[in-house]
Design a protein around this ligand. Sequence first.
Ligand SMILES: C[S@@+](CC[C@H](N)C(=O)[O-])C[C@H]1O[C@@H](n2cnc3c(N)ncnc32)[C@H](O)[C@@H]1O
Length: 443
Amino acid sequence: MNIQDIIELKIERIVYQGKGLARFGEKKLSIFVENVLPNEVIKAKITSINKNYATAELTEIIEPSKHRIKPFCPIYNACGSCQLQICDYDYLIELKTAILKDIFPDFEIEPVIKSPKVLGYRHKTQYPARQTKNSKRIMLGYFKKQSHILTNIKFCPLQPDIINKIAQFIREYFPCDCYSETSHKGLLRHVLTRITTKNDILLTFILNSDKINPLLYDFSKKITLEFPQIKGIYANFNKSKTNKILGDKSKKILGNDYIIEYLNDKCYKIGPESFFQVNPSAAAELFNIVKENIKPNSNILDAYAGVGAIGIYVKDKVKSITYVEENLEAAMFAEENYKLNNLKNYEILKGDAKKHFINFKKENKIFDYIILDPPRSGCDKEGLEAISELAENIIYVSCNPQTLKRDMEILNGKGFKIKLLKGVDLFPHTYHIECVMILEKGE
Ligand SMILES: C[S@@+](CC[C@H](N)C(=O)[O-])C[C@H]1O[C@@H](n2cnc3c(N)ncnc32)[C@H](O)[C@@H]1O
């Protein structure tokens, strides 16, 4: 087999990252192909060959899956931000459940819980901003897969339509140049929007600068006149030459400091740098699982806690909350959110979670439950070893089943057994899966 060869394959299954797996030849070499579904017979062109696997690009579908549909987004192929718009939603849920079974073969896995909304669900958008070479037209969209080539996205069905309209207004009227990664010149790097379920919007211009260009004050007035749903506008300063999106400092340009999101009877102030789940209606499903698995009157450690979302959601079961988070803005809003939701018995600890876990161990602190909700990279081994001595129950919320598995194995080694593992579809039409794992210390 050589690069560029076109071969016929039958797809066995879909693996994490939405890739189809097929086997080829006597040695049954694993070949990964995108945009395919289980049982499809296809032709594909080999694009890379490694020791244990190869990758190939779909060239023809010989026998399509009965679940195959035409992607509903007209720029599905150019954009690359969704990977699995090629099948109906019920089947996508089956695929995500099968992917979890693949990663955690030893556990009973119930079907992944569907998102209440499958379109317009994405309440946070981060568009890189660039300009065309000659006409200098502003483009906002996503980078094509594994590249920094921008697809100008005039309409994304996954986000509320007003965000498409705001993006278009910025394309037409933004008064300054956009950033260029090659020259490191130009002002606007990214446009970040966050919209609540009540349609209040916080807009952030991420700037290659350390101050607000005076032209942005007038532009901000103009855009809020056009879209009164915009309640606040910020500038965030990021002069780094890295791929990091947000810089460490933000300054308000006009309007409110925050927007307020509501999940059932709980409410949350969210600022420009604070994390909040992108799909609020599905996040409530996720948090319900956490709540169901906490006994009343518990002392809880809410680690990687953002604006305090999970701790507040489960507050009816809580005697005390110890909050740990490194983002200072999120910690500031968490404190306000605790007050807003009438939580009284809490302690807010800022800084790196691992350091706090190690300190808790030194201080012989004990909790009834530890909630972990780290970023995609998961937790640190030393931190996990420390927390394994702080509680008998761990509730691990994860947006990356692979790092969840790695961390679960460390906790298994410390005597924790899985009581429950459930997936929730926070990200319809993509390969991403959010999970809750309940771990309990065994005999
Ligand atoms: C996936 S978010 C979860 C936030 C929150 N639990 C929620 O549901 O909204 C992860 C959070 O961990 C924080 N974080 C990332 N690395 C951290 C670290 N080393 N120590 C403490 N917090 C960290 C991020 O700022 C972010 O707020």
